[in-house]
Design a protein around this ligand. Structure first.
Ligand code: GDP
Length: 361
């Protein structure tokens, strides 16, 4: 991944998968756009990689964006993979073996609007799936009298504000901390949090000015490195496991699957088992596709074919017989395992998903 250190250990640590949740209009899309946009403007070709359904930001780029808050030598996780479709609906259907597909979530809360119905729903889902999360207290630039410092870390911009603006912001942040407390979560400004397993870190940000984004990335990296390293250690060369984000008709390919791969490797030609509306589908991967960088509208080809994809990554799978595949269903590469065993595994997981969906009503 990075050219600084290629120990065999870091070769087997995968990218944590990050999801963004929150009430409509609180700024989920803007936040993702800002992270992607500032990664790109940090220069360097290949600063981000656009996947199907996800964006990969490598450690070096995270570090450039976060400045002194992320020193690459302190980390051996390869970066962050952001799921591009924000919102709790997609989040709740996206599961991996035994839990949520996302390893970590950002709950976006508009500082002016605080908790709203979909914030509550998101909290319930995060609680139920046991997903660690941080709160991005967004739109701090709308604080009366705010003097924006484009892209600055929060403490730096905070110091530049008037006393009045600071206390206005504090007031709003404490309201969010109070709402979290009412729901059984103790939380604090992230820089005061010692133990992120018992306390939720609140990160003040602006998706418009980029203020606090360095902090947000720093907290995501720090949390993942500190508490999730064991879960990130995978057998990258092993048979791939993923979750279907979407089933999509593509010209020239028929029904295709947009998949997030969270374990192992998938290759063109692999036999895979996919959760279907009726029985599990057994099929062979015809092509693995990634979006074309800067695809021109006039060009016919929107995708590039790749030979193999390693977790964690988003990828489009073209294969026969995918019409009955379902969003949220598992995808498994069979590899040298017994096919029937893999089919049973997929069946068991589907049964589990159906039970949960019924519980949700
Ligand atoms: P989503 O529904 O959660 O994805 O919200 P959007 O990202 O679409 O944002 C909703 C509206 O809030 C848009 O008009 C954004 O321009 C605006 N917005 C989002 N983040 C910020 C922010 O940090 N500051 C300001 N001033 N506006 C924001």
């Amino acid at each position: 991944m990075s050219d600084t250190d290629s120990t065999s250990q870091s070769d087997t640590l995968r990218t944590p998968i990050v999801a963004v949740l929150g009430h409509v209009d609180h700024g989920k899309t803007s936040l993702l756009d800002k992270i992607r946009g500032s990664a790109v403007s940090e220069g360097e070709a290949g600063a981000i990689t656009q996947h199907i359904g996800a964006t990969a930001v490598p450690l070096d780029t995270v570090s450039q964006m976060a400045g002194s808050l992320v020193k690459p030598e302190d980390f051996d996780l390869p970066g962050l993979l952001f799921i591009d479709t924000p919102g709790h609906h997609s989040f709740s259907t996206l599961r991996s073996r035994g839990g949520a597909l996302a390893d970590i979530a950002i709950l976006v809360v508009d500082v002016n609007d605080s908790f709203q119905p979909q914030t509550e729903e998101a909290i319930d889902i995060l609680k139920r799936t046991g997903t660690p999360f941080i709160v991005a207290a967004n739109k701090i630039d709308t604080t009366p009298g705010w003097n924006p410092q484009e892209g600055a870390p929060i403490q730096k911009t905070y110091e530049e504000q008037s006393q009045r603006a600071r206390s206005k912001l504090d007031e709003k942040l404490y309201e969010i901390i109070g709402e979290l407390s009412d729901r059984g979560f103790s939380s604090d400004f992230y820089w005061r949090v010692q133990n992120f397993q018992s306390n939720i870190g609140v990160v003040p940000v602006s998706a418009l000015t980029g203020e606090g984004i360095p902090d947000l990335l720093g907290v995501l990296m720090g949390l993942s490195q500190r508490y999730m390293k064991d879960e990130m250690a995978i057998d990258v060369a092993g048979p791939g496991s993923g979750t279907v984000l979407e089933v999509k008709e593509e010209r020239g390919f028929g029904a295709t699957l947009d998949v997030v791969l969270y374990d192992g490797t998938i290759r063109a030609g692999d036999t895979v088992v996919v959760g279907g509306a009726n029985d599990p589908i057994v099929t062979e991967v015809r092509a693995l596709l990634q979006p074309r960088p800067n695809a021109e509208i006039r060009t016919e080809k929107r995708f590039d074919k790749v030979e193999e994809v390693r977790a964690a990554a988003g990828v489009k799978i073209a294969a026969p017989d995918l019409e009955d595949a379902m969003a949220g269903a598992p995808v498994r590469v069979v590899g040298d395992r017994d096919l029937d065993e893999v089919v049973r595994e997929v069946e068991a997981e589907l049964a589990d998903i159906e039970v949960t969906t019924e519980e949700e009503g």
